[in-house]
Write a protein of this length. Structure first.
Length: 758
């Protein structure tokens, strides 16, 4: 059986892309040097694909920043506000200006927006389409990527983001409709295709994951129009790849298209298999069967794959089957080569992008030869993983499952709790607080490095952290905040910090995954049962509380966020892993409470990230995600005030769930100060208290007392005074002290001014 891949991580084994691009930003390397760095990374990937023996090798899967941005530029779509800069900047400067905004000669232009790419943790630059845009395709880079592959002896498959996905993921301005823009964008695509169809390529692949999200009549019509048109004019094979879920009604439309191959995700959209069974698969097409998990880190599960392939073979001839990852490999780390220090007992079960290529080749061979011995051996390996006693913590599974049956949430209704807490905490109206972290200054990073390298002892490090905590408590008292925090100085990252204190997690040295542009994350891996051997936050929190008579908030990361920002074991359902995390947090809450901490914040910034693409799966996700938040927070007595924090501003689709989470207080990002965001809380009569961010921490600007006062007054129009908290809209860790001290001071002054108007 043949094999295919539509994309590899582009960041490089040692994040070479990040460092090159950042050097370019800093003016330390030239355009040519940056180009060279990109060329090397592309070459490395192409050579790897070729030497492994992958049959359909992609090109144009690289980008210096983001492929949606590249697709916009390839189509010639440039937001008007940037056009004046095109002349005065070099091509790369201009390109990055689109993604990051620009200040030049006193003029400043805001960056294009970023949004999450489907239900992954990758963020793409959102194309801006309006009725006046001019499309003038530029295929220089695309053709260059084809030639690079050809020079290496490869007949590549250029990969483009398909037009349905491109338009659906764009921002349509000025009431532009999908129909209006479609014909123009589609003409530009045709122009691009005609320019490359004379090249020595093995076909043209279109990524259309949006087909797993929409199946409207309108989109299906466009799907059919577009692919019929291009197939008629293009002599090369056309492939359409979908990923992240099943394609539903689109399946029948896709079957009727005159294209050579269809890619389906058979892992995250198992229903695709039923579609194939029900409607068959045409004998003149290839099926790119997504059977290797492209967004997780485990070795292939042969039980599952074997089942899928046997079922596929009933409807699809073997020579029509092409084995593939479930999606672009962009979403998993590049290579296990950099993980030499990881103990073999973990490493043996892992497979990153490069290893997944080997697995694909192995599977292709196995099923070509019907190598049943090898299949049994791989199944045995998988069994060993499932049964590995090193992954089991006695009692954890049972304890977590218990909460599926009993209600893990608080016993007393929110209103009653609120009045007890009012009594108990005696906070002023418009209580002021922060979201948790204070600036992570270079000295902290240096101490953490020294600790890691063994240059200082754990005691020295702890002492240093204590020093920071006492400084920040004094600072907050001086500023006059009402509810204090300990500053989160001991945390490198809000997930990793907790993961390191729990059992069941494994960490990589180089398992970087691109989050957006040059930003990468290194998600921990949930390998086994999650248990809390001891308290995780007590020491720092109690130390902070010992320094002040004001309440100090305990700061925890919620179970859903822990889950969504980790790679999760795939042998038990995600919700069970989440439940184990929830129990661990619940026990931490209990520890804090029994040590007299009165306010505990459980952050859930990634709550929305796990929301499935298809409606039919949402209900179930929301049910277990909310339940697990209730389990985490639910042991708290009535007098303990539970806060939560979410940092995005689109709450429309999840407001019911937020209410069900039953937190006493929620703090929200509200940096664009759009009243519509908050109106949804009013319309739904949100029962708890709310702290909409009164200033944007993502910008270095220092808000004035007047600006903040205006914000608060706008909030007063929406909510009764008793319901409001005053806080910035996210943690302060990325800011500098020079910025946050005046900003928080102004915030407190504004709150006091509203409390006691003159
Ligand atoms: N408590 C965290 C902080 O302040 C919250 C971070 C977040 O919302 N992502 O840093
Ligand atoms: Zn936040």
């Amino acid at each position: 059986m043949k094999t295919s891949v539509i994309g590899l991580p582009r960041i490089g084994c040692r994040r070479e892309l990040k460092f090159a691009v950042e050097k370019f930003f800093a003016g330390q390397i030239s355009e040519e040097e940056l180009e060279q760095a990109g060329f090397h990374l592309r070459k490395e990937n192409l050579q790897r694909l070729r030497s492994t023996g992958i049959n359909y090798i992609p090109c144009n899967d690289f980008s210096f920043y983001d492929r949606m941005l590249d697709m916009s530029l390839m189509l010639g779509i440039i937001p008007e506000r940037f056009q004046e800069f095109e002349e005065e900047l070099t091509p790369h400067q201009f390109y990055f200006a689109l993604a990051r905004g620009i200040t030049n000669n006193g003029r400043s232009v805001k960056a294009m927006k970023m949004l999450k790419w489907f239900n992954t943790n990758y963020h793409y630059v959102v194309p801006e389409l309006n009725p006046c845009i001019q499309l003038s395709p530029d295929t220089t880079r695309l053709i260059n990527s084809i030639h690079e592959a050809i020079t290496l002896g490869i007949k590549p498959v250029p990969v483009l983001i398909g037009p349905i996905t491109f338009i659906m993921m764009s921002e349509l301005e000025d009431h532009l409709s999908f129909d209006d823009i479609f014909s123009r964008v589609s003409a530009a695509y045709q122009e691009i295709i005609s320019r490359i169809s004379l090249e020595e390529i093995a076909g043209i692949a279109f990524e259309e994951p949006a087909l797993c999200m929409t199946e409207s009549e309108q989109h299906r019509q466009k799907l059919s129009t577009f692919y019929n048109k291009i197939s008629a004019r293009c002599s090369k094979d056309i492939f359409i790849h979908t990923s992240f879920d099943h394609v539903g009604k689109n399946y029948q439309t896709m079957l009727g298209l005159p294209v050579k191959g269809l890619g389906l995700d058979l892992l995250y959209g198992p229903e695709n298999l039923n579609l194939i069974k029900k409607f068959g698969f045409p004998a003149d097409k290839l099926l790119f069967a997504g059977i290797v998990d492209g967004r997780n880190v485990w070795k292939a599960d042969l039980f599952r794959i074997d089942g899928i392939i046997s079922a596929l073979r009933e409807s699809v001839a073997s020579d029509q089957l092409v084995l593939a990852p479930s999606c672009s490999l962009l979403h998993c780390p590049l290579s296990l080569t950099g993980e030499d220090s990881m103990p073999e007992k973990y490493r043996q079960y892992l497979s990153f992008a490069f290893e997944k290529l080997d697995e694909l080749i192995d599977l292709g061979r196995i099923y070509r030869l019907n190598d049943n011995d090898r299949i049994s051996r791989l199944k045995e390996e998988r069994r060993r993983f499932i049964d590995d006693v090193g992954r089991i913590e006695p009692g954890v599974k049972e304890e977590a499952i218990k909460f599926e049956l009993i209600h893990g949430g608080r016993k007393t209704p929110l209103k009653i709790r609120a009045s007890k807490q009012r009594h108990n905490l005696t906070l002023p109206l418009f209580p002021t607080t922060t979201i948790g972290s204070f600036p992570q200054t270079p000295d902290i990073r240096q101490m953490r490095n020294e600790l890691r390298m063994g240059k200082i002892s754990r005691e020295d490090y702890n002492l240093f952290i204590r020093g920071k905590i006492s400084e920040v408590i004094a600072l907050q008292e001086k500023i006059g905040l009402d509810v204090l925090v300990h500053g989160e100085y001991e945390r490198n990252d809000m997930v990793e910090y907790f993961a390191e204190k729990l059992t069941g997690f494994v960490f990589t040295a180089n398992g970087w995954v691109q989050s957006f542009g040059t930003r990468c994350v290194k998600p921990p891996i949930i390998f086994g049962d999650v248990n809390r051997p001891g308290s995780m936050t007590l020491e720092e929190t109690l130390y902070a509380q010992s320094l002040t008579s004001k309440p100090v908030k305990g700061m925890l990361t919620g179970p859903v966020t822990m889950l969504n920002w980790s790679f999760v074991r795939d042998d038990i359902p995600r919700e069970h892993v989440c439940a184990q995390l929830a129990v661990a947090i619940r026990n931490e809450v209990a520890d804090l409470e029994s040590n007299n901490i009165k306010i505990i914040q459980i952050d859930e910034p990634a709550f929305r990230e796990g929301v499935p693409l298809r409606d039919e799966r949402r209900m179930s996700y929301f049910r277990w995600a909310v339940n697990n938040f209730l389990v985490a927070s639910g042991s708290a007595g009535d007098n303990v005030q539970i806060h939560t924090h979410m940092c995005y501003s689109d709450f429309n689709s999840i407001i019911d769930e937020i209410i069900k989470m039953d937190a006493d207080v929620i703090s929200l990002e509200n940096s664009r100060a759009e009243p519509t965001v908050l109106e949804i809380f009013r319309e739904h009569q949100y029962p708890g208290m709310i702290g909409p961010g009164v200033y944007d921490i993502h910008s270095p600007n220092i808000p004035s007392v007047e600006e903040i006062t205006d914000r608060i007054m706008a909030l007063q129009k929406l909510f009764p005074d008793e319901q409001l908290w005053i806080n910035p809209d996210c943690g302060l860790k990325t800011r500098r002290s020079e910025e946050i001290i005046p900003a928080l001071t102004n915030m407190v002054t504004a709150a006091k001014g509203i409390r006691n108007p003159v």
